[in-house]
Write a new protein. Structure first.
Length: 140
């Protein structure tokens, strides 16, 4: 069994859901000879998250943003944590709803995503800045 780990710093992106599958794949050349394994991806932030979903039609990502903005609105007078702006607490809630990590099987040296699946960075802040991911792969 081999273990491979690397940090990936993503450049700042606007608020929304962004495909980052290619950026992750670019860091996984070390696993190209593995027959089987697992890839765990963890985001080191509390106001952004990760998920897997549709990678073809960009309207899916737009609809995700619409849904979460309706489900967790800004400027709720009951929020006390608003030191960094009206998008701060909603971003933390959305990140907890979506999750800080994903795990994907590795099969024949590649991520075993389905045909229409991609990895999303879910940026919940208006100006979230760069985001750090820790990619850990185990396999043989």
């Amino acid at each position: 069994m081999e273990i491979y780990q690397q940090q990936l710093t993503l450049p700042p992106r606007p608020r929304g859901f962004h495909l980052i599958t290619d950026e992750i794949n670019s860091r996984l050349s070390a696993v190209s000879r593995w027959k089987a394994g697992l890839c765990h991806i963890f985001i080191r932030h509390t106001s952004a998250s990760l998920t897997i979903n549709e990678n073809a039609d960009p309207t899916v990502r737009m609809d995700f943003e619409t849904f979460f903005n309706k489900a967790v609105p800004e400027d709720d007078p009951d929020y006390r944590h608003d030191y960094e702006g009206s998008d701060d607490m909603p971003a933390h809630i959305k990140a907890s709803m979506m999750g800080a990590s994903i795990t994907i099987p590795i099969q024949n040296g590649k991520l075993a995503l389905g045909t229409w699946q991609g990895v999303y960075l879910c940026e919940h802040r208006n100006r979230g800045g760069s985001r750090q991911l820790i990619i850990t792969a185990l396999g043989k």
